[in-house]
Every structure is written in C-alpha cells, then in structure tokens.
Ligand binder design. Structure first.
Ligand code: ADP
Ligand code: 3PG
Ligand code: MG
Length: 394
C-alpha cells in the first residue's frame, strides 16, 4: 500500500502535485476534452480544504525539451481556475529564480499555482537528478495524481520522489483501485473486450489477460488478424501480416487456458473508408475489395448476450472506426450494454476508447474510465508503473 494524500498533515504546507493536464487542444488552443483536469479536482480541493498551498505541475504534448508557445499550459490554468472558481497563478517556467518569486505570491494558505510545461526543459524526460531536486524545492510534500503519465520515469514522476515525502493523490488511488481490483481480484465471470487498430499495440495486454479472464471478445481491426488465423476471408480489411504467427500462438494459449475467445461473426463493410460510402453487412467472410469497419448486428448480439452474466468487464479498444458516425454502432452498443449492466464492475481503458465512451455521453455510467492511455495499457499488461513504484509505502 502506498501513502496517500490522507497520510499527510497538509495544513500550511506547500503540496507539489504532479497532474496529467496533457489535454487535447484544437487549433485555436481551446481544450476539447477537460476530463483529465476534472478528474484531479478532488485531490486539489482536498488539499485546499486542509489549508495547503497547491503547486501543480504537468507536461503537455511533446515539445522536445524547448519552449513551444502552442504547448503552454495556460489554457489548462484558465480552465482549472473556472472549475475551482478561484485564481490559479500561471508560472512562467517550472524551476528557477523567477518561479520562486512567482510562488512567493501564493501567500500563506489555500492557494493554487500551475508551473509551466515540464517538457520545455530537456531534463524532465532525462530524469536529471539536479532538475528533479529543483522541482522538489517548490514543495514540502509530493503527491502524484498523474496516473496517465505514471508509465514515464521522468523527473516530475520518479526523480522528485527522492527529495520529498511522497504519496498518491485520489485519482491515482482510484485508478489503482479499479484497474488493480480487476487484474488481481476480479469478480467472476470476468470478460475482456478488446479492439482498436492493431494487435501489435495490445499483445502484452491480451497475453496478460488470458491468465485472468473467462472470456475475451475481440472486435475492431485487431479482430481481422485473428480471423485470418482461423482461415476466414477478410477482403481488404486492415490486418497485420507479420503478426499472424503471434495471433495463432495467442489463440492456442487461450485454448490451453480454457479462455473463450469470441471473434466477430459479421461486419459492417465498405469499399472505401468514407462516411458516405455504401455499406453492406457480411459475415463471417468478407468479399474481395471490401473492408470491415465495424462489428455487425449478429456480433453485437453475440457479444452483448455474453456480457449479461459478467461481473467484471475490462474494455480496451473500439469495435470499429467510431470516429465516423455510420461505423460507431458496434462501439455504441457495447458501451450502452456496459452502462446498463447491473452489479458488475466496468472499467474502460485506452485513450481512444475513453474518448469514444465519453463521446456517447456514457462516461459516468461506467464504474471507472481510466485517464491513462499508454499508462492503462501498461497496467493491463501487468507492468509495474515507475510513477507508482517510486511512491512511499505506508
Ligand atoms: P485505445 O487508444 O483505446 O487503446 P486504439 O488506439 O488501439 O484504442 O484503437 C483506436 C482506433 O482503432 C480508432 O482510431 C479506430 O478508428 C480504429 N479502428 C477500430 N476498428 C477499426 C477497423 N475495423 N479498421 C480500421 N481501424 C479501426
Ligand atoms: C498520455 O497522454 O498518454 C500521457 O499524458 C503521456 O504522454 P506521453 O505519451 O507524451 O508521455
Ligand atoms: Mg489509441
């Protein structure tokens, strides 16, 4: 068990909190999805209520160690200020004498500052100890609430813990509770739903899940590599030729572990990936010249029926090209089914899957939507995340 926010006396202290405000921005630098900011509010509010001075730090994008104005955290500072209903001091950098000066304006108690993008400095990603120490000088206690970045052994995630007492924020704690419960102590039947674009992105996840689940349903483009192994014609659908052998090994491993693998039995097919393309439903085989872009109605029926009795469900990877409305039905029906599953724990992970479920307006109907993209995948692969490992034990 790691220490958490509750294990520290925060009153009058400077609490340095690593958050993941790496939020999507449009070309006018407006935030298009502020879930990651909202998800850290409980931690920030708790620290403020206890009379702490809150100093937040985050990265945004991949500026490669130099300042890039379009990757400033100022849109995040503005949004946070609106959400908290109080001033958020936007610092000009994350370390250095000027930042010390700016933080002095924080006053005595219950105030918030946001440091500028950590990745404007090359030492963040290099995890340079002197830089981590400089970051640490901004606080008295370090809290990691950046689950989405905890797979990165960077200075603000890992290095900084060597210089300050450290613990987990409420978001990090919640992520570990839901993802951890599912992986270590799931209520059975445990069903995994996997999809998305590539088998190669998810091999570690599939292999790790085989040891834990009762059933794996595979949709999305991932399914076509597996269907190919089973000798099903897939037309022009996206698949990975060089992963056929691996997919075969995975199917054999699942059979040996008596894990049921469900693959699509029909598909929404087009001749050109375009929202306005003519669509036909085919299955299990797909004709030459046609692409599978979503799971078909019989597959939706097969998958949702299997979900009826599930007590734990982990979903990573959309069932189709959900970004295009005509190909989003498979993902929608799965999301809707999970939203209405009684007495089951439903956990959604993966950047695109989380965006897909949020886009359907079903986010708050899931037990937990992870704020991690890469981090939740690594967690589901069973890897130890450096940002969690580095925190102090209770
Ligand atoms: P996550 O980010 O949740 O881990 P992925 O990045 O693996 O998910 O997959 C999401 C992408 O998979 C989406 O952009 C979606 O359009 C794509 N996708 C899903 N099904 C198909 C398909 N049949 N053909 C091509 N792309 C697909
Ligand atoms: C994410 O969006 O997955 C995290 O913020 C980590 O970002 P990174 O992949 O650029 O390290
Ligand atoms: Mg993705």
């Amino acid at each position: 068990m790691k220490k958490t926010l509750r294990d520290f006396d925060l009153g009058g202290k400077r609490v340095l909190i690593r958050v993941d405000f790496n939020v999507p921005l449009d070309k006018n630098l407006n935030i298009t999805d502020d879930s990651r900011i909202r998800a850290t509010l409980p931690t920030i509010r708790h620290a403020l209520e206890k009379g702490a001075r809150v100093i937040l730090m985050s990265h945004l994008g991949r500026p490669d160690g130099k300042p890039v104005s379009s990757m400033s955290l100022s849109p995040a500072a503005k949004r946070l200020s609106e959400l908290l209903g109080m001033e958020v001091i936007q610092c000009s950098d994350c370390v250095g004498p000027r930042v010390k000066e700016e933080l002095r304006d924080l006053g005595g108690r219950s105030s918030v500052a946001l440091l500028e993008n950590l990745r404007f400095n090359p030492d963040e990603e290099k995890n340079t100890p002197s830089f981590a120490q400089e970051l640490a000088e901004n606080g008295d206690i370090y809290i990691n609430d950046a689950f989405g970045s905890s797979h990165r052994a960077h200075a603000s995630i890992e290095g900084v813990t060597r210089f300050l007492p450290s613990g987990a924020g409420f978001l990090l704690e919640k992520e570990i509770r839901y993802l951890g419960e599912a992986m270590q102590n799931p209520q059975k039947p445990f069903v995994a739903i996997l999809g998305g674009s590539k088998v190669s992105d998810k091999i570690g996840v599939v292999e790790n899940l085989i040891a834990k689940v009762d059933t794996i349903m595979i949709g999305g483009a991932m399914a076509y590599t597996f269907l190919k192994v089973r000798g099903v014609e897939i037309g022009n659908s996206k698949y990975e030729k060089d992963k056929i052998d691996l997919a075969k090994k995975i199917l054999d491993k699942a059979a040996a572990a008596r894990v049921e693998i469900l693959l699509p039995v029909d598909h929404v097919c087009v001749q050109k990936v375009d929202e306005n393309a003519v669509v036909k439903i085919e299955g299990p085989s797909i004709s030459a010249g046609w692409f599978g872009v979503d799971i078909g109605p019989k597959t939706i029926e097969l998958f949702t029926r299997q979900l009826d009795s599930a007590k734990t469900v982990v979903w990573n990877g959309p069932m189709g090209i959900f970004e295009m409305k005509p190909f989003s039905k498979g993902s929608y029906e799965i999301a809707e089914k999970l939203a209405n599953l009684k007495g089951a724990t439903t956990v959604v992970g993966g950047g695109d899957t989380a965006a897909c479920v949020a886009g359907f307006g079903l986010g708050d109907k899931m037990s937990h939507i992870s704020t991690g993209g890469g981090a939740s995948l690594e967690y589901l692969e069973g890897k130890a995340l450096p940002g969690i490992a580095a925190l102090e034990d209770k």
